[in-house]
Design a protein around this ligand. Structure first.
Ligand code: GDP
Length: 608
C-alpha cells in the first residue's frame, strides 16, 4: 500500500522548527505523499505535505520511522546561517584582537511608582559634563551620560525603558544587554513584590546590582529599613560587610545622583571586566524600533563590539539596510559609534524588533540574503505556531465541548466612557453557569503591542471601539494570530458576544482592509470641498469603496466613501502602494495632514 518509506536505524536528522513533511521527506529521501499517509494512519493527524508541523509531530514521526529527529532552534539555525556567510555573532575574542575599555550599560528596575522614570529623568539632566543646553531631549531608547569618578570622566549608558519586562524580553531573545542593574526602592515604601521580581531577574542573569534608595526627601523615609529588608534576599550593603552598593537619592530633588553614577562605575570596575574591540565591524542589539512618518524605519541600536559607521550594510533580525545616517540622544548626527554607544539608525528597509541582534556585513547583498532567510524561517515557525491559536469561534467551540469555560476579553476604546459602557453591558449578559466571561484588560487609545501580547498569553479576544491596531501592533496581532475585532457601535459588540455565547452564530462578516493612505497635504477645491493629497502606504485605494479616517490611532469618521480618486489630473479607479493620489471623501471635509485613510470591504467568512 502506497510508496515505501525508508526506515531508519536511529540516524539523526536535523530539521528546523516548523519544518513540513516535505522537508522531512527530503532529508530521508522519501515520497512526500507517503509521509502524509504515515502521519495520518499512525499518528492520526491530517497534515498536508507543505504545512508546518509542530515539534511533537516531527519527533513522533521520527520515532515511528526510526530516526532521531533533532529540532534545530532558531538560534542554532541563525548561527549556521551566519557561518555559511563566513560571519559569526558574538563569541570569545581571540588573543590577536585588541580590546578597549567600554562604558557599562545599565537598566533601571524596581517596583511600580518607586521612581524609576523620575530617576532616569534626573540622570538624563545630570549630564552637565556634556554641556548640552537643556540636557538630553530625544527619546531614542537609551542614552549615555558622563560622570566624574576620582577626577576621571567616565561614561555610562542607560537603557531608557525602565522595568524588568524589557530586560526579560530581550534576554528571552538571547540578547544580554545589561551589565549592571540599578534597583530602585522607595525609602518610604520599602521592598515590594516587584522589587523582589526585579532582583530575581537580575540575579538570574548574573548581573551586579546597585541599589538606589529613592525618595529620601519624603517624610517617613527609612533608608536603613530598606537595607535590612534586602539582606533577607542576599543583597547585603557594603557598610554591613556585603558587596552591594546602596546609594540614598532623591530623584525628585536630584539629590546624590552623582553618588549613584559613581557607585555604578565603582561596581563595574570591581565586578566586571568591560572591554570590547573597536577595530572590527560592529555588532550589537536593537533596543527599540519604530516606523517614523517622515523618515521611515528608525531603530536604536546599542553597539556591543566594533565600530558602526555611516554607509555600513547591516542586518538586524529579519530587517536589513544600509546606515544612511546615525543620530545620538541629542538629535545630533554622528558618523561612528563604538561599544556601549546607543545610536538611532536610519536606513533600515523595515523595523527591527527590540532584542534583535544586529551585525555589519560586507555588502548589501549579504544583508538582504540573511534577512530573507530569517524571514522565511520566521514564517514557517509562525505557521506552525498559529495552528491552534484561538479565535472567538474556536474558543466558543471549545467551550461548547466543555474544554474551556472562560472567555477572556480585552476592551479598547477611543473614550473611557465607551469602554465602561461596553464592560458594564458585557458583564450583564446572562451566560449561564457553565461559562464565564472575564475582562482581563481595558483601556483608552489605540490597540498596542502590549494588548496583543496580553491577549496572546491569555488566549483572549480583543474588542476595539473606534480604535485600531496600527503598525507593529497590527503586525504582531497577525503574526500571533490574535483575534482582534473592530466595532463602531457598542450594541453590535454586545450582540456579537451574546450571540456567540448563546451558540447562535450568525454568518460572520469579516472586514478586509484593502489599503491605507497617509494624508500628506489637504487641498481646498472650490465647490467640491477638501481633497486629501495622499501617499498610498499599503494595499490599494479603490474608488467607491468604504473608508474611514484615523487620526493618531483613533477613528475620527467611519462610514465614508472614496467618492473621487485622482492620479495627478486624471481620474483613477485604483491606486497602488507607493503611489500618490488625491482622495475626495464626498461632503466630509475634516481632513488633516498625517491622518490615515483606510479603505475596507466586508466579506463573509466561511465557517469551518
Ligand atoms: P516608576 O513607576 O517607578 O517609573 O515611578 P515614577 O518615576 O513614575 O514615580 C512615581 C511617583 O513618585 C511620581 O509621582 C514621582 O513624582 C514620585 N517620585 C519619584 N521620585 C521621587 C522622589 O525622589 N521624591 C519624591 N517625593 N517623590 C518622588
Amino acid at each position: 500500500m502506497g510508496a515505501m518509506v525508508p526506515r531508519g536505524n536511529g540516524q539523526a536528522i536535523r530539521l528546523p522548527r516548523g519544518a513540513s513533511l516535505a522537508d522531512f521527506a527530503d532529508k530521508i529521501d522519501a515520497n512526500q505523499g507517503a509521509l502524509v499517509q504515515v502521519v495520518f494512519t499512525q499518528l492520526g493527524e491530517m497534515v498536508t505535505a507543505t504545512q508546518s508541523c509542530t515539534d511533537e509531530t516531527l519527533q513522533l514521526l521520527g520515532v515511528t520511522l526510526g530516526y532521531d529527529v533533532q529540532i534545530v532552534s532558531p538560534e542554532d539555525e541563525d548561527k549556521e546561517l551566519l557561518e555559511s556567510f563566513d560571519l559569526s555573532f558574538g563569541g570569545e575574542y581571540g588573543d590577536e584582537i585588541e580590546l578597549s575599555a567600554r562604558p557599562p550599560v545599565v537598566t533601571v528596575m524596581g517596583h511600580v511608582d518607586h521612581g524609576k522614570t523620575k530617576l532616569l529623568d534626573a540622570i538624563r539632566s545630570t549630564d552637565v559634563v556634556g554641556g548640552e543646553a537643556g540636557g538630553i531631549t530625544q527619546h531614542i531608547g537609551a542614552y549615555q551620560v558622563r560622570a566624574k569618578v576620582d577626577g576621571d570622566e567616565r561614561k555610562i549608558t542607560f537603557i531608557d525603558t525602565p522595568g524588568h519586562e524589557a530586560f526579560t524580553a530581550m534576554r528571552a531573545r538571547g540578547a544580554q544587554v545589561t551589565d549592571i542593574v540599578v534597583l530602585v526602592v522607595a525609602a518610604d515604601d520599602g521592598v515590594k513584590p516587584q522589587t523582589i521580581e526585579a532582583l530575581n531577574h537580575a540575579q538570574a542573569a548574573n548581573v551586579p546590582i546597585v541599589v538606589a534608595v529613592n525618595k529620601i526627601d519624603k517624610e517617613g523615609a527609612d533608608p536603613l529599613k530598606v537595607r535590612g529588608q534586602l539582606t533577607e534576599y542576599g543583597l547585603v550593603a557594603e557598610e554591613y560587610g556585603g558587596d552591594a552598593m546602596f546609594v540614598d537619592v532623591s530623584a525628585r530633588n536630584r539629590t546624590n545622583i552623582d553618588g549613584l553614577l559613581e557607585a555604578v562605575i565603582l561596581t563595574a570596575d570591581a565586578a566586571l571586566d568591560l572591554r570590547a574591540p573597536t577595530g572590527t565591524e560592529a555588532q550589537g542589539v536593537a533596543i527599540e524600533g519604530r516606523l517614523d512618518r517622515g523618515r521611515g524605519p528608525v531603530a536604536t541600536v546599542l553597539v556591543q563590539r566594533g565600530t558602526l559607521r555611516v554607509g555600513d550594510s547591516v542586518v538586524a533580525g529579519d530587517a536589513f539596510g544600509r546606515v544612511r545616517a546615525m543620530l545620538d540622544e541629542h538629535g545630533d548626527p554622528v558618523s561612528e559609534a563604538g561599544p556601549a554607544r546607543p545610536v538611532q539608525v536610519l536606513g533600515f528597509t523595515s523595523v527591527p524588533d527590540a532584542g534583535d541582534n544586529f551585525l555589519v556585513v560586507p555588502e548589501d547583498r549579504v544583508a538582504r540574503q540573511i534577512a530573507e532567510r530569517r524571514q522565511a524561517r520566521e514564517r514557517n515557525a509562525e505557521l506552525a505556531l498559529s495552528r491552534g491559536r484561538p479565535t472567538l469561534e474556536t474558543i466558543l467551540e471549545r467551550m461548547k465541548e466543555g474544554e474551556k469555560t472562560q472567555l477572556n476579553l480585552i476592551l479598547k476604546g477611543d473614550v473611557s466612557g465607551s469602554v465602561e459602557t461596553v464592560e458594564d453591558s458585557l458583564l450583564k449578559i446572562d451566560v449561564g453557569d457553565e461559562v464565564s466571561l472575564r475582562i482581563i484588560g481595558r483601556g483608552v487609545g489605540a490597540i498596542t503591542e502590549n494588548d496583543v501580547n496580553l491577549a496572546s498569553a491569555s488566549e483572549a479576544v480583543i474588542l476595539g471601539f473606534n480604535v485600531r491596531a496600527e503598525g507593529k501592533a497590527r503586525e504582531l496581532a497577525e503574526r500571533e494570530r490574535v483575534d482582534v475585532r473592530y466595532y463602531s457601535v457598542i450594541y453590535q459588540a454586545i450582540e456579537d458576544i451574546e450571540n456567540a455565547l448563546k451558540g447562535m452564530l450568525k454568518p460572520v462578516y469579516e472586514e478586509v482592509q484593502l489599503g491605507t493612505a497617509e494624508v500628506r497635504e489637504v487641498f481646498r477645491v472650490p465647490r467640491i470641498g477638501n481633497v486629501a493629497g495622499c501617499l498610498v502606504r499599503s494595499g490599494l485605494i479603490r474608488r467607491n469603496t468604504k473608508a474611514r479616517l484615523i487620526r493618531d490611532g483613533v477613528v475620527v469618521a467611519d462610514n465614508l466613501t472614496v467618492e473621487s480618486l485622482k492620479r495627478f489630473k486624471d481620474d483613477a479607479t485604483e491606486v497602488r502602494e507607493g503611489y500618490e493620489c488625491g482622495i475626495g471623501l464626498g461632503s466630509f471635509n475634516d481632513i488633516k495632514i498625517d491622518d490615515v485613510i483606510e479603505t475596507f470591504e466586508q466579506r463573509e467568512v466561511p465557517r469551518s
